[in-house]
Design a protein around this ligand. Structure first.
Ligand SMILES: [Zn+2]
Length: 419
């Protein structure tokens, strides 16, 4: 069998594995909370808060979607014309067009151009968030964070680009197999290792002061069968008013991280409710399942890129001979960008189901739907989330159930359990 035949077979195998994993591990059977409860919850929210949140979301929308379209158009313009390939050549020219320079500098140059052209939309977003008081970061701090994230991506990108083009040179007919394994490994690395390495670049973490809240959180985690080593507080208030918490690490390194903004804004019972939700993610191994499906998807993506990348019309548009050469990187990026847009609503739908399950876990663990609902109200107020966003936007990208869906879930739980 030819390498191409093996690639077709591998892709089929990966897609079957992905379908089986998705069928078994995604909580598909979770029905949404009754719409009547959702509408009742919406009526119970302060009208001025709802109007204010909706005004913010409306103000963000033009920049958000124009940015998305511009990002797509830039990726297509660089990838489906010889323009991107020329940029790669240009970046490699000071080094005599050496393939390493083309691969690393050329690749980074293409990403940088795409980033710079969509930068105005990020700045727009920051300006709107600042105007509505959601971001408390000045332009200086915003720029520093931006440069930090560029630096992190540049280092990571250089390693990936160098690795990828070394493999395509060493194994011109089999690179897709190594690339698929590498992409799967990279997803695992990003999900387990990077948070530990990158989190401290943006936030400082300090152990939570001993006291009743810390004792309660540790005890609840132990009771839930997901013991944690520590409860840490992140200094998120340096940049945002938004509140959050999460559980990170595995086994003996597992810890609960709480934003300082959450401690400032919410009552201890509400903090407990948020952490109970996060423990639900840890208990159901949502990060591990997400990593597994992400790794399978990334591996399938690389093989699909190899197969697509041998299509003559695409190569002709990009003015390259093979998808495996550094000058074809913009074409790869264009295909990845399109794939990302297709995957967005699928990932969002799965995420909403997983989040609804974590909510159900929080309700069962705390047995306190009243506090859960109060916390959802507060979250919506502080994060200025539209409590009941338009259906198309929810389907496109909402990673969590809406505020009214979550409040309605608490009401349904209270009804069922008589609490
Ligand atoms: Zn969650």
């Amino acid at each position: 069998m030819t390498p191409r035949g093996w690639a077709v077979l591998t892709l089929a195998g990966l897609l079957v594995a992905l379908a089986v994993a998705a069928a078994l591990l995604v909580p598909w059977q979770r029905p949404p909370a009754p719409r009547a409860d959702q509408l009742a919850a919406l009526r119970d929210l302060p009208a001025d808060q709802v109007a204010h949140s909706r005004a913010l979301r409306a103000a963000l929308r033009p920049g958000r979607y124009t940015g998305l379209v511009v990002g797509l158009l830039v990726a297509l313009a660089l990838g489906l014309t010889p323009l991107g390939g020329r940029l790669v050549e240009l970046a490699g020219r000071p080094f005599g067009g050496h393939w390493v320079a083309q691969a690393v500098l050329g690749g980074l140059a293409v990403v940088l151009v795409a980033d710079l052209l969509t930068l105005p939309f990020s700045a727009w977003r920051h300006a709107v968030l600042t105007r509505y008081g959601l971001s408390v970061q000045g332009w200086g701090g915003w720029t520093v964070d931006l440069l930090k994230s560029y630096a992190v991506s540049a280092v990571l990108g250089a390693v990936v680009l160098l690795g990828f083009y070394t493999v395509t040179r060493l194994a011109p007919r089999w690179w897709w197999a190594v690339g698929a394994a590498g992409a799967a490994g990279l997803v695992a690395l990003l999900s387990f290792v990077l948070p530990v390495l990158v989190e401290p670049v943006f936030n400082r973490f300090t152990p939570m002061e001993p006291g009743p809240l810390r004792t309660e959180l540790m005890a609840m985690a132990a009771r839930d069968g997901v013991p944690v080593k520590d409860v840490l507080v992140a200094d998120a208030s340096r940049r945002t008013r938004a509140v959050n918490a999460y559980v990170s690490g595995l086994g003996p390194t597992r810890r609960v991280v709480v934003y300082d903004t959450l401690l400032r804004e919410a009552t201890p019972a509400e903090v407990t409710s948020v952490v109970a939700h996060e423990l639900g993610h840890a208990r159901d191994r949502d990060v591990a399942v997400g990593t597994l499906t992400g790794a399978l998807g990334a591996a399938a993506g690389v093989v699909a890129l190899y197969l697509l990348g041998s299509a003559r019309p695409l190569l002709r548009l990009a003015g390259v001979d093979s998808i495996a050469e550094p000058r074809a990187f913009p074409l790869l990026l264009a295909l990845v960008t399109v794939a990302g847009l297709v995957a967005t609503p699928v990932q969002a739908a799965v995420s909403r189901l997983v989040e609804a399950r974590a909510d159900a876990h929080a309700l069962a663990l705390t047995g306190d739907p009243a506090t859960f609902e109060a916390m959802q109200r507060r979250l919506a107020g502080v994060n200025l989330a539209d409590p009941d966003p338009p259906r198309w936007e929810r389907l496109w990208s909402a990673s969590h159930p809406s505020t009214v869906e979550r409040m309605a879930a608490a009401r349904a739980y209270a009804r069922e359990t008589g609490r």
